[in-house]
Design a protein around this ligand. Structure first.
Ligand SMILES: [Fe+2]
Length: 357
């Protein structure tokens, strides 16, 4: 098909994408338009997404305790130690780690991220895990932070640091791999926000995480849309076409000085024992800490990102029983085939590019 005709086909998608969570300034000429952003397009999307998320969270507030809600509003994350009784945790960990599962690997710098999709077979093999995902506190907390009743996607994620000798970027198959060359640089070490709107990620650590292992870090309170943050978002959107590739795709990176200039603290590292859950709004600034020794971190990782402008919390087809824990593979397959038409049709089941993790 001739290129101008393809471009014509993409315009309706680019226009429709303005009303979705699409965030790449580099891939959508409307979102990347300096003129539209000067007129306030990006600022408007940030404010509207923030307002709608507050509205939806308000409707989900009855599902979590006053303490969890207060902690979240204060910090942008909730830390829940000793999630499971010790014997149930050991049983769950043994059931998950005691057998081989199909995995997808990706290399970023000298770090490998390995993901195993939590599917019905794993839930049958690990009934403590299945029960945990239905636990009222677990559900209420994840739904509130996500601002949605949509069932999160769950993965067993392993992060291996100091993996020397990597020569190429492997990215997750069927997911629009970038094929970019890898070097020692791991973009996850940069402080960043995942997107212009709130979204939820959760980590239940299956292994102890020490400071030396490069733990997850999060700048407490950075999930709030303050006037300083809004002004910063506006400036970054204007500069986006000329920024680093990951910022240009909508996951803005920033320096410790910029954090401080917005009146925010430096990120807190989550050096925590196994059986601790951290649930966070990744509109807040976070990063993977620098590992100072070779380490292996294993966690149950949850991810929920939906159209941030939706006024409702439910009505999510992918959460239907029987589909909820199968949809990652289905959507992966579909996405690989539809991204060529603009990359906007199917929301990513797992972050498709290194900017997101
Ligand atoms: Fe991230």
């Amino acid at each position: 098909m001739p290129a101008p005709f393809l471009t014509l086909l993409r315009w309706p998608l680019w226009i429709a994408a303005v009303g979705t969570g699409a965030k790449s300034f580099a891939d959508n000429p409307l979102l990347g338009s300096r003129r539209l952003n000067r007129w306030g397009l990006h600022r408007l999307r940030v404010r509207a997404a923030g307002a709608m998320t507050r509205w939806r969270r308000g409707r989900l507030a009855a599902g979590l305790s006053r303490e969890d809600r207060a902690a979240f509003e204060r910090q942008g994350y909730v830390e829940w130690p000793n999630v499971l009784p010790a014997d149930a945790f050991e049983r769950m960990r043994d059931a998950i780690l005691g057998q081989a599962w199909p995995a997808r690997d990706m290399a970023q710098g000298h770090t490998i991220t390995r993901r195993i999709h939590v599917d019905p077979a794993m839930l049958r093999a690990a009934p403590d895990l299945a029960a945990l995902l239905r636990h009222p506190r677990w559900r209420g907390l994840l739904r509130y932070v996500a601002g949605s009743k949509a069932e999160p996607l769950y993965y067993i994620q392993t992060i291996l640091t100091h993996h020397e000798g990597l020569t190429h970027h492997q990215d997750f198959p069927h997911d629009g791999g970038t094929g970019a060359a890898a070097d020692a640089y791991d973009p996850q070490n940069d402080i960043h926000a995942d997107a212009f709107h709130p979204s939820m990620k959760a980590w239940l650590f299956l292994t102890d995480v020490a400071l030396e292992d490069g733990p997850l870090t999060y700048a407490a309170g950075s999930h709030r849309l303050t006037p300083q943050r809004l002004a910063w978002e506006h400036e970054r959107a204007l500069a986006a076409p000329g920024l680093d590739p990951l910022s240009a795709r909508g996951s803005f990176r920033l320096t410790p000085d910029e954090l401080a200039a917005m009146g925010l603290p430096q990120p807190t590292p989550f050096a925590v024992p196994a059986n601790t859950l951290v649930v966070a709004d990744t509109f807040g600034f976070h990063a993977r800490g620098h590992a100072t020794r070779p380490s292996v971190r294993v966690e149950l990782w949850a991810y929920a990102r939906r159209n941030p402008f939706l006024p409702w919390t439910g009505l999510h087809l992918g959460s239907l029983p029987g589909l909820a824990h199968r949809r990652a593979d289905i959507l992966w397959w579909l996405r690989a085939r539809l991204t060529r038409f603009g990359g906007l049709v199917i929301p990513p089941t797992t972050p498709k590019r290194p900017d997101d993790r």
